[in-house]
Write a protein that binds this ligand. Structure first.
Ligand SMILES: *[C@@H]1O[C@H](CO)[C@@H](O)[C@H](O)[C@H]1NC(C)=O
Ligand SMILES: *[C@@H]1O[C@H](CO)[C@@H](O)[C@H](O)[C@H]1NC(C)=O
Length: 356
């Protein structure tokens, strides 16, 4: 992440950092936690979360360490778009202002953070990093698939433990009062958890004479988190705008009167700002200073990215490896070459505050 660590939260041994009044999901900032987990010192955890934190300090440490991964994935997914997830990546303090609405971007963040926690925990279990869980205990014995029978072996990533913990911990954030925003968050949390479950694949190894595959051993493995990120990005593109029904119990589509909400779609309530100008009260960081592509007609193109404000061009020198030669055996020698490249960045909006 290129955002510098927040001033307050440079590696404190406790979690006393990063939280300002009004934060909805303070656990996102646990990645700054140090060697000692002091659950009582994280402000704004829901009572149930504090309880889970006390009961499972080692799980908390694993979760804290995994937060950077999904934040990075969020930034990677949106690197070519005006909203680039920096709202979350940017530390502390400003969070409340950066995600103040119930937009599809917020829907994505809830989903990807839930998915990230599930992924992190399922992996940590199977890698023996936690006392509370290990390989998926259900994946034992004999089973069968389209290619015949096989025996579960190896170590399956423990998706069930991970989903249960993530559900208990993250959903507790919404407390007992279930307003529209809480229902939206709970729904999108679920979509995120499910995305990881669905991204698992069965991997097998053959045994037997010259690979005859007379005996197969299989296990369930998580795939790279990138796949979950890609999947959730598609869900973001197809997210459905909803309104609460009159009883406040359920969502219905805001626009189409037909068609049920399918459980697998992300939902949001508010239309997003265009994210062109810096306007923290609506969750927009603006695109001033963002790099853009002069020739692209897509969302990363300077025209779209800079919202018609224009861009600055700087010629910078880059070092790259060139004239590489292969030496038997087995090294490659390269020269360092300097090349000049033009870098385009969006102009800031008018105004002394922003034109830095
Ligand atoms: C929508 O949901 C209702 C009630 O759950 C169900 O009866 C109906 O068949 C669903 N319609 C479609 C198009 O899936
Ligand atoms: C800019 O966009 C063009 C067209 O989409 C693409 O071919 C090119 O690789 C992009 N350049 C960079 C630096 O990403």
């Amino acid at each position: 992440m290129d955002a510098p660590p927040s001033r307050i939260c440079v590696y404190l041994p406790a979690l006393i950092c990063c939280f300002t009044p009004g934060i909805a999901a303070s656990w996102w900032y646990m990645h700054s936690l140090g060697s000692q987990v002091m659950c009582d010192n994280i402000p704004r955890l829901a009572p149930r979360q504090r309880q889970l934190c006390r009961q499972h300090p080692s799980v908390m440490l694993v979760i804290g360490a995994g937060i950077k991964d999904w934040m990075d994935e969020c930034k990677e997914q949106f690197r070519h778009q005006r909203w680039d997830c920096s709202a979350v990546a940017r530390e502390q303090g400003s969070y409340r202002r950066l995600l103040p609405r119930d937009t599809r971007e917020v829907a994505f963040i809830y989903a990807v953070s839930s998915a990230g926690m599930v992924h992190t925990l399922a992996r940590a279990c199977s890698q023996g990093e936690l006392d509370t869980c290990s390989c998926d205990p259900h994946k034992t014995g004999i089973s069968s698939d389209s290619q015949g029978s096989f025996s579960w072996g190896g170590c399956s990533d423990n998706i069930n433990f991970a989903v249960s913990f993530a559900r208990a911990f993250i959903d507790a954030q919404e407390g007992k009062q279930r307003d529209a925003r809480a229902l939206m968050n709970l729904h999108n949390n679920r979509v995120g958890r499910k995305a990881v479950r669905c991204s698992m694949s069965q991997e097998c190894k053959c045994h037997g004479v010259s690979g005859s595959c007379a005996v197969r051993t299989c296990w369930m493995a998580l795939r790279d988190f990138r796949r979950t990120g890609d999947y959730l990005h598609r869900k973001y593109d197809g997210a459905i705008q909803v309104v609460m029904n009159q009883y406040g119990t359920r969502f219905t589509r805001a626009h189409e009167s037909f068609g049920n909400l399918t459980k697998n779609e992300l939902v949001y309530m508010e239309t997003s700002p265009d994210y062109c100008i810096r306007e923290p009260e609506s969750g927009s960081m603006g695109t001033g200073g963002r790099a853009c592509n002069r020739t692209s007609k897509g969302t990363d193109g300077c025209e779209v990215m800079c919202c018609g404000r224009g861009y600055n061009t700087a010629r910078v020198s880059r070092t790259s490896q060139c004239e590489c030669t292969f030496h038997w055996c087995c090294t490659v020698h390269c020269k360092d070459c300097q090349e000049l490249v033009d870098v385009h960045t969006c102009k800031f909006q008018e105004g002394p505050m922003y034109d830095l």
